[in-house]
Ligand binder design. Structure first.
Ligand SMILES: Cc1cc2nc3c(=O)[nH]c(=O)nc-3n(C[C@H](O)[C@H](O)[C@H](O)COP(=O)(O)O)c2cc1C
Length: 309
């Protein structure tokens, strides 16, 4: 166990004795440490709080135990579990300070890792619960008049969530490129007839799954009733961002004119709810004869990066 004895009756409370283990720990020779105050072990990361605690213990004097960042002679940083005790003579006069030093760097790293792991587990738990709540919403709210259609609708929506989830995992749950999210969600309808155009943008993790559902609903709606239900129909998805908002447009063309009965459709009602409640935005539709257009406006929590997508 590394140990030193210092003499507080001399100026600067210097080391008067250092054992071999202390020299091995710190990398200095005996000549380099005897006669010096121990503060030569400190450096840029040494925390003020630990120093205050040591100063108070020396002033009193009393015992103290602190973890303090120190540096070896070769500059390598270590966490020193330092225990200091005053030594008195029979009359209560202070004679020396005795200290033991222990390198607890690995223990500290393990504790930090454990704390990080706990934080990560809490976050994963929170996200898993969010995903489950979305799935429960889909199962509960999907139109259940026909069992086969119901199963297909639920499956399609859960697949869209899964596609979003995959991208989120890839992006370490921070951001996802908007063009990739759209492509992954709508590709089942054939990318040949769907154009995806806009500046490169990263979407915040919290927006990814709701947006995935929105894109899925609109593309599925187009495939069932609109432009993607005929061979020559197209769906153009584009977006832009200004400081106030992000505007995403999904415009159908070349399909049958939108029929009035499409207006109250369940999918569109769900889009409305998601855009308003989960994304804090707005959606409006243009039922033009050449095809339905949906314009979605959401707050600009999307960061803009890089060149055109
Ligand atoms: C016996 C003894 C051992 C000490 N060992 C260390 C040590 O290993 N590492 C360290 O950073 N400070 C150590 N210190 C603390 C410093 O010597 C010094 O008291 C501290 O830096 C606060 O005083 P200052 O403000 O004058 O620097 C030790 C102090 C004593 C009395």
């Amino acid at each position: 166990m590394p140990m030193v004895v210092t003499d507080p009756r001399q100026a600067e409370n210097p080391i008067v004795l250092a054992n071999k283990a202390f020299l091995t720990l710190t990398g200095y020779s005996a000549d380099e440490v005897i006669g010096r105050n121990c503060r030569f072990l400190q450096g840029p990361d040494t925390d003020q709080e630990a120093l205050d605690e040591i100063r108070a213990a020396i002033r009193t004097p009393r015992e103290c135990c602190v973890d303090i960042v120190n540096y070896r002679k070769d500059g390598v940083r270590f966490v020193n579990e330092l225990q200091i005790s005053p030594i008195h003579d029979d009359d209560g006069q202070l004679l020396y300070f005795f200290a033991s030093q222990m390198d607890v760097t690995l223990r500290r790293q393990a504790a930090d890792l454990l704390a990080a792991e706990h934080a990560l587990l809490r976050e994963v738990d929170h996200r898993a619960k969010n995903a489950l709540a979305l799935v429960q919403g889909i199962v509960r709210l999907s139109n259940a008049s026909d069992a086969a259609r119901y199963a297909a609708a639920v499956q399609g929506r859960v697949d869209a969530l899964a596609a979003a989830h995959g991208l989120l995992a890839e992006g370490h749950w921070r951001t996802v490129p908007l063009d990739r999210l759209i492509r992954n969600v709508v590709e089942q309808h054939g990318l040949r007839r769907i154009s995806i155009v806009g500046p490169a943008m990263e979407i915040d993790a919290g927006q990814v799954q709701p947006l995935a559902l929105v894109f899925h609903e609109i593309a599925t709606n187009a495939a069932r009733f609109g432009s993607l239900s005929v061979d020559d129909g197209q769906l153009a998805i584009s977006w832009q961002q200004d400081p106030q908002r992000v505007a995403v447009t999904l415009a159908e063309s070349g399909g049958p004119p939108p029929a009035p009965q499409r207006k109250p459709g369940f999918g569109l009602t769900m889009i409305d709810a998601i855009v308003r409640r989960q994304l804090g935005g707005e959606v409006d539709y243009d039922w033009a004869p050449q095809g339905l257009s949906a314009r979605i406006h959401i707050p600009p929590t999307i960061a803009r990066h890089g060149p055109q997508a």
